[in-house]
Design a protein around this ligand. Structure first.
Ligand code: FES
Ligand SMILES: [Fe+2]
Length: 437
């Protein structure tokens, strides 16, 4: 269904690739704000296949530069971050956050040409604890993305960065592939284990949902549905938002404000940035007696970060140790024997290979959302390439504020989009909550 050519188009993100060009239209999360301290260590940053250096200057401004010094290409990773700029240690040239060369101490004053040298620098913005980079060509960058989860007050936002060692698209496709939840993550849990009042219990009475899917202004959306109480339907809504955001159901639609960005580091490494409102209803994690469900932890330990290009936010349970699979646990208490939702997802998505060969797939009706999302991406890439069409949300990021994931129960016969809009109308919105205080 997906050809080799389409697969290459979808997965290649480096400079000069069609998908790379699409992603460079948008602001891209690069790192957590907390990873950069004023006059602190420069950070190696691999982003869309480019080797960059991020640093925070004495005034607190963040710079993101090509890692090669524009003098003779030594890496600025070894630079001295001091007094308002990053100084290359080879000959002492110094750059401010905009890439301007502000010192050339190895040249006599009459030979100095610092005003004519510039390091390649990208525009940077910070919001909600994230550092965003704009790697596109516009002189004036577009507005920042405006998903609800990005607009929560900082002290009400949970933020995680975690690395996945595979291509960005197969990582993202895991978040819009809802039927796996009842197997990979909770295959060993029965409806009798769950609090009868918990909305998510219907995932365990019927593990084979049906789907509605739809193209949206911001990307795509689906509702997976199955019977709830007699006369009612249990819906789970989710969205893909251009260019790499997934909003997946993880609680009631009324307050489940979250977003996960699958940011390509290069074609075979991806950084997941997860933002979640702290006031949302807690996720299904406890059984009906209030005890933790086995191996369903939502927070996964990470290894200490290193300065390597791929050394940041690696999950401790990883490919090198088979995700610490416990076969005895798999026989008795857990479907996978792997602890934690993120490592469970890592195991299956990384096991597809660094870039999944999609020509080998046999897609099913449960993959409708994946098929539609690939098509939406391919269409947008081609429209940009052939006609210069600006992709969705670049110039109108506010359109995505209507996207929220989560579950609800609606009467049989009510159209699915009406049920969605009605519940969204009654939902708790972080910005409104903030304004009301
Ligand atoms: S290579 Fe950086 S100052 Fe010479
Ligand atoms: Fe999953």
């Amino acid at each position: 269904m997906t050809s080799q050519m389409e697969n290459e188009l979808l997965t290649g993100v480096g400079p000069g690739t069609p998908m790379g060009a699409l992603m460079r239209q948008y602001w891209v999360p690069a790192c957590l704000s907390s990873e950069l301290k004023a006059d602190g260590d420069p950070l190696r940053l691999m982003l869309l296949g480019e080797r960059l250096i991020a640093f925070r200057d004495s005034a607190g401004q963040v710079g993101v530069l090509d890692h090669r010094c524009p003098h003779r290409c030594a890496s600025l990773f070894f630079g001295r971050n001091e007094e308002g700029g990053l100084r290359c240690v080879y000959h002492g040239w110094k750059y401010d956050v905009a890439g301007n060369c502000i010192d050339m101490p190895n040249l006599p004053v009459d030979r100095n040409f610092q005003g004519r040298v510039k390091a390649k620098a990208y525009k940077v913005a910070e919001r909600g604890g994230l550092v965003y980079v704009y790697m596109g060509e516009r002189d004036v960058a577009p507005q920042l993305p405006a998903l609800e989860a990005m607009l929560c007050p900082l002290d009400e936002t949970n933020l995680w960065a975690r690395q996945r060692q595979c291509n960005w698209l197969q990582a993202l496709e895991g978040d819009i592939d809802t039927s796996h939840f009842s197997f990979l993550h909770t295959g060993k849990i029965t409806v009798n284990d769950i609090d009868p009042n918990h909305l998510e219990r219907f995932q365990f009475t019927d593990r084979a949902p049906r789907y509605h899917t739809r193209r949206t202004d911001w990307g795509t959306m689906y509702a997976a549905y199955r019977p709830a109480h007699p006369g009612y339907i249990y819906y789970r809504f989710a969205h893909f938002v251009f260019p790499f955001w997934a909003l997946f159901p993880n609680g009631p639609l009324t307050d489940n404000v979250l977003a996960q960005g699958w940011v390509p580091m290069d074609d075979t490494h991806t950084m997941a940035f997860t933002l979640s409102w702290t006031r949302k209803t807690p996720v299904l994690q406890l059984d009906k007696l209030g005890q933790p469900l086995p191996l369903l932890d939502r927070v996964s330990p990470t290894l200490p970060n290193t300065a390597d290009w791929f050394g940041r936010w690696r999950v401790a349970a990883n490919q090198a140790n088979d995700y610490l699979i416990d076969r005895e646990a798999q026989r008795t208490i857990s479907y996978t024997g792997i602890a934690g939702v993120f490592p469970q997802d890592s195991a299956v998505t990384e096991s597809m290979g660094e870039i999944s060969d999609r020509t080998l797939e046999n897609l099913a009706p449960s993959d409708r959302m994946i098929v539609m999302t690939r098509r939406r991406l391919i269409d947008a890439v081609r429209a940009l390439q052939d006609k210069g069409t600006v992709p969705p949300g670049v110039d109108d990021p506010e359109i995505s504020s209507a996207a929220r994931s989560g579950d609800l129960i609606a009467p049989e016969g009510q159209p699915w989009l009406e049920a969605y809009e009605q519940t969204m109308g009654q939902a708790l919105h972080p910005i409104v909550a903030l304004a009301a205080e």
